[in-house]
Design a protein around this ligand. Sequence first.
Ligand code: NAD
Length: 492
Amino acid sequence: MSDMLNWLAGAVGGTYGNFIGGEWKPAGDKTSRIFNPADRDQSLGRFADSGAAEVDEAVVAAHKAWLSWRQVPGPDRGAILFRAADLLEQRIDELAFILAAEQGKVLAEARGEVGRAAKELRFSAGEASRIDGDVLPSEKRNGFAMTLREPIGVVAAIGPWNFPVVTPVRKIGPALAFGCSVVLKSSNLTPWSAVKLMDVFRDAGVPAGVVSLVLGSGRAVGEALIRHPLVRGVSFTGSTGTGVAINSEAGRRLVRTQLELGGKNPAVVLDYDNAATIARQIAGAAFACSGQRCTALSRIVVLEKNARELTEALEAEMAAISVGPAWQAGATMGPLITAQHKASVMGHIAHAREDGATLALGGTSMEDGDFARGHFVAPTLFTGVAKTSRLALEEVFGPVLAVVPVGSIDEAIEVANSVEYGLAASVYTNDVNLSLRFARESQSGMVHVNHGTASEAHMPFGGVKASGFGAYSIGHSNQEFFTTVKAVYFQS
Ligand code: NAD
């Protein structure tokens, strides 16, 4: 049996409550179970199904803790976060097993996610020592003027199920660095990772109440958090529909939001030396996390003259993808998160066929043998996808790639931009002027020249149009969300 299965056998079946004011609370009578997406009958544990009362308790504790935490010198806050990053790395085996068990991604990806979270946390820890402020000339002869950046207060962090370790860390790290406190609501499909993260922050020395976790549904916990009068900011990652609803609710109270939303990210292939190299990069960015990444490449916009060669190279690359549960040696792509999400992805596939796209590879629900125990879908490639079809325009959030042929470079850029989203885009070309033109004209938050849509741990991360709102996360841009500016005037 694999290490992960051995470990899981002894670890499943726990019951978990909320982490509030530095203490684990009993789960109470109302709990819900989560299941392994690669083995639908395996219950992983029971998690509190909380409501407005628990949210109030956590936010009040977070507000009280914030009043002290904001006084802790930035470098000292940073030192705690550096320790938390070390702990993430020390606990990588356990965290990766939990993440893979509840989310479904293969172990190499799960370990990669934990490692990435540690990297981002170290960047945030450093930010605590470089919070900006300006000293400016005064209009007065004996005066001077300055600006300070101050923490906004209690932040509600609401996360999705696809990256249950890195997304909470991406919110908690900068919040704490800039002197805010946080109440986290993780996705109720992946609460186990969040539970373990609370232990990491507590053990690193984060004072009681500065980080709390309230487990439960979006309706009960998420909405109560957004409406709570002591919450001053909402950092949300999830679907565009939920983000828009959160933004209007927060707007009523003039509470700021940081929204990381959906995507329909193009790989725009203009010219290349070697189709196989490009295909490898595109497949990596399309099928990681079974395509359930906001920055997944989901459409390839390619000049008609290259479409056939590139498609063949992609087919060869995709044939090497090994679908299986996280614990299977050699598996490179796991299942989808739930049966419901799988049905939605299969619906997109059925619709693309009706729309006249050519199914080049996959397109099937995988049901043979042990595959029937999980929510597996074969890596899927459609060619000849019309630029106005649903598959070319809508987020699928699964292992489905669409090849959209175009007649010219102008048309390629127009098609790349002709969706409601604007998160990430890749362009492939050896022509430096073309790459610069694409970087200028692409309507997206992040542009990648000659590689897939993989971001880095210190660079601003976010999207435009329906893909995001508010300050970008990760990079120095975070300070625009987590702090307010105060203008101070002196006269001697
Ligand atoms: P979702 O919008 O369904 O849920 C996200 C979170 O919001 C969950 O914790 C959920 O419980 C909570 N929620 C739901 N309704 C709520 C409400 N009314 N008030 C407050 N909270 C509420 O998204 P998901 O299905 O978990 O994640 C998939 C989506 O997330 C995809 O669209 C994907 O593109 C997007 N995503 C974006 C990024 C990014 O950085 N841009 C990263 C990951 C995922």
